[in-house]
Design a protein around this ligand. Structure first.
Ligand SMILES: [Zn+2]
Length: 480
């Protein structure tokens, strides 16, 4: 019947339209990328795209031949409709990959979407300039001194990074030890078994108290008990969470500031056991600014709008810094290491003032080379002046794999080249993945004695051997 098929085709076209509309609101490309890195099955499928596509096409052809042979025309129609939907899904996926968060459904950015659809934005979104500069750049295979990397995330490694493969990379680049920071229960036990027990002198474990402790009646006591237990299992330091001061709530639904006195038992225990506390506080300054083309980390924030702090009710950067100062002042006997240069890599004068004021404050350099490397003269003076207070950290883990562009060797070496050479106008570590600003960096060419402290001596001085921690613990609870 002609009118019935007319209605049917209309319904089909409409449902296709709504399907595309709905799908474009769903972060399809991100979800697939996640699956690819987290699941072994999807990873294998993604690496063998060509063969999977060939297989699917073969099946489709066989199905088509069968349909025609048996004259099952209804199946042919269903198959064709299925293909159209599949093609639409692929189209949306490709669009999201090319234009991350273009926001087809975002009415505020419809002008941007229109430009993209008209192809005007294509050149800029894909802008990836290859420099023509001819200047000598020195490669570094191994660090000048043995390295302790105080900021590493084993929990973020891809499934194909085995402990042996990671240790081989550390050997190749000259990294003696890596500090693992993802030590909340039960992850601590998992990584202790999988990595530390296999290579006892290559991995240092830091333990992480549950940030939600104050949401439970006896949470802090329970976490102190856990810190003690982890210390007996070999923990040599504490990692603290960045959620304090940034929306972390307690049992009554009130905000927990960084210097909340109810958390003092952690800091006192850390002082008694002389375990350093690696504390992530704050975020890059750009995250507090609007996501617009004037934001110097625009491409990064377009990919991750959820990182933006440009919302009502978010505490200011300066209020967080003030809370941190109170914490540092109240616990002079506790060693605090500010992760990511205390998130002050874009304001080294402020970082210097903190170091001058609080002798218990130290810094790691993880994931802030983008900021340090655009002020090489200032940064070099800073590293030389505070050579006893800065520790090497790579923030390694995320995106590292033996089978992609970013192997752990390459990550470590990119840090060493920045610190040891005067290489000009180079990429900063993980630039192609993190996109913390579209600029290049310049090496610091640090003197040997500074490198030795940065790579090794400062960390070796601050991180106690596990046996010392345990004997101090025995001293605290005689009879246990
Ligand atoms: Zn980190």
């Amino acid at each position: 019947m002609p009118s019935r098929s007319r209605w049917l085709s209309l319904a089909l076209v409409l449902s296709l339209f709504f399907y595309i509309l709905l799908l474009s609101g769903f972060p399809l490309a991100d979800a697939l990328a996640n699956l690819e890195s987290q699941s072994e099955l999807f990873g294998t499928v993604a690496r063998n795209k060509k063969w999977v596509a060939l297989g699917v096409m073969g099946l489709g052809l066989a199905f088509g031949a069968w349909v025609i042979w048996r004259r099952k025309w209804a199946y042919l129609v269903v198959g064709a409709v299925g293909m159209v939907f599949l093609a639409a899904t692929y189209g949306v996926y490709k669009f999201q990959k090319t234009y991350p968060r273009a926001g087809l459904l975002n009415t505020e950015r419809y002008e941007d979407s229109l430009s993209i659809l008209l192809g005007r934005d294509a050149a800029l979104s894909r802008f990836a300039p290859q420099d023509t500069l001819k200047v000598e750049r020195r490669r570094i295979e191994r660090a000048a001194f043995p390295v302790i990397d105080v900021h590493f995330h084993l929990e973020s490694l891809r499934y194909d990074m085995t402990p042996d493969r990671l240790v081989a990379a550390m050997d190749a680049a000259g990294v003696q030890k890596v500090v693992h920071l993802g030590g909340d229960q039960p992850a601590f036990e998992h990584f202790a078994k999988k990595f530390r027990d296999k290579h006892p002198d290559r991995f240092i474990l830091f333990v992480k108290p549950d940030p939600n402790a104050l949401m439970r009646p006896n949470g802090v006591q329970e976490e102190v008990a856990w810190l003690r237990k982890a210390a007996r299992m070999g923990a040599q330091g504490i990692k603290e969470n960045k959620s304090f001061g940034m929306g972390q709530l307690d049992e009554q639904g009130r905000n927990v500031p960084i210097d909340d006195p109810r958390l003092d038992p952690y800091w006192s225990l850390a002082a008694q056991l002389r375990m350093p506390v690696l504390f992530h506080i704050g975020e890059p300054t750009s995250f507090w600014r609007p996501i617009d083309p004037t934001n110097e980390r625009y491409p990064e924030l377009l990919r991750h709008p959820e990182w933006s702090l440009d919302r009502k009710g978010v505490p200011t950067q300066s209020s967080l810094m003030a809370q941190r100062e109170k914490l540092l002042a109240r616990h002079p006997g506790t060693v605090f290491i500010g992760a990511h240069l205390g998130m002050n890599a874009d304001d080294l004068a402020y970082a210097a003032r903190l170091l001058d004021t609080y002798p218990n404050y130290f810094l790691d350099i993880a994931a802030v080379i983008s900021d340090l490397g655009r002020q090489p003269y200032t940064a070099r003076r800073f590293f030389i002046k505070y050579q006893d207070r800065i520790l090497f950290g790579s923030d390694g883990g995320f995106g590292l794999s033996p089978s992609t562009d970013w192997t752990p060797e390459r990550l470590f070496r990119s840090y060493f080249e920045f610190l040891e050479t005067e290489n000009e106008y180079t990429e900063y570590p993980l630039q192609s993945i993190t996109r913390q600003g579209d600029w290049r960096v310049h090496g610091l060419g640090l003197p040997s004695e500074v490198l030795e402290k940065l790579y090794f001596r400062n960390a070796a001085r601050l991180i106690p051997p596990s046996a010392d921690v345990i004997s101090r613990l025995d001293g605290l609870d005689p009879g246990s």
